[in-house]
Design a binder for this molecule. Structure first.
Ligand SMILES: [Zn+2]
Length: 281
């Protein structure tokens, strides 16, 4: 599931391709993805130029010169296929193991196309409201890379919470864009056990945690940025690059911090958490 760094990587690739280009069409191949497609979505962008591609948490926002804005979320398995002519080449789909049957939305521009492909259909393509809002964005917490997000914000919001810190980090209303992978990685970097009750963590440790979250995300964005070079100029589906994780998906393996085989996997609210039993308290 793409988290903030993957979405940011896709956003950069998308911005490179479509900023300054004008829409020819939006073709909708289904009436719904996660939600029913909004009426008129297919016609709204025709002839309009993309002024900016932004991001809020795991959402991408395509701004048009006609003041309309498109909202894209990749859900669990969504991806954007970018290129000059991404529809015709069977070999591309074979190589990338992408099934073109899941091409749900096809946006065409002059000399470029963007395809929204999503086998599990937890994602979405929608319009922002005329005032720029959207109910899915209304309650999102701060961007973790913005100045307003820090240990003091966490301390204020987590006070008295009996929920585990790992589960709280997945709450998009606390902080936007963090999912299962970067929650595990950030807690490892901060030395905090994922099972610890969020309300029982001292301020100094939350300051470390906020810093660890920023560092973890920033490093992943940089790794994603270098993966962009591989596809730039040709067709591709950026954002699903391999990172080197410290704990995620490494149960039973050696912790790179303490050098012992202490990495454990547990379930928290049905999601896997990975942590080092020696380094994280
Ligand atoms: Zn360790």
């Amino acid at each position: 599931m793409p988290e903030l760094p993957e979405v940011e990587t896709v956003r950069r690739g998308l911005a490179d391709l479509i900023e300054g280009r004008s829409f020819k069409s939006i073709q909708l191949n289904r009436k719904d993805i996660r939600f029913p497609m909004r009426d008129g979505l297919g016609d709204v962008a025709r002839g309009q130029t993309v002024t900016h591609v932004g991001r809020r948490g795991k959402y991408m926002i395509i701004e048009l010169d006609g003041a309309k804005r498109l909202l894209i979320h990749l859900g669990m398995s969504g991806r954007l296929i970018l290129g000059a002519d991404v529809m015709a080449d069977e070999l591309f789909y074979q190589k990338q193991q992408i099934n073109p049957r899941h091409n749900h939305v096809i946006m065409t521009f002059n000399d470029a196309a963007v395809i929204y492909n999503d086998p599990r259909r937890f994602g979405m393509v929608d319009l922002l409201d005329p005032d720029g809002g959207h109910y899915l964005l209304a309650h999102l917490g701060p961007e973790p890379l913005a100045n307003e997000f820090d240990g003091h914000w966490l301390a204020q919001r987590l006070r008295f919470s009996k929920t585990s810190i790992k589960e709280k980090l997945l709450d998009q209303n606390l902080v936007a864009g963090i999912g299962n992978i970067y929650a595990s990685e950030s807690l490892h970097l901060a030395g905090i056990n994922p099972k610890r009750k969020a309300g029982n963590i001292a301020l100094a440790r939350l300051v470390n945690l906020a810093e660890a979250i920023r560092n973890t995300l920033q490093r992943a964005i940089e790794a994603g940025g270098s993966s962009l070079k591989d596809y730039r100029g040709v067709r591709g589906a950026p954002g699903y690059f391999q990172h080197q994780f410290n704990v995620y998906d490494r149960a039973g393996e050696m912790c790179r911090s303490c050098g012992k085989d202490n990495i454990r996997k547990i379930q928290q609210s049905g999601r896997a958490s990975y942590y080092c039993a020696a380094c994280q308290r």
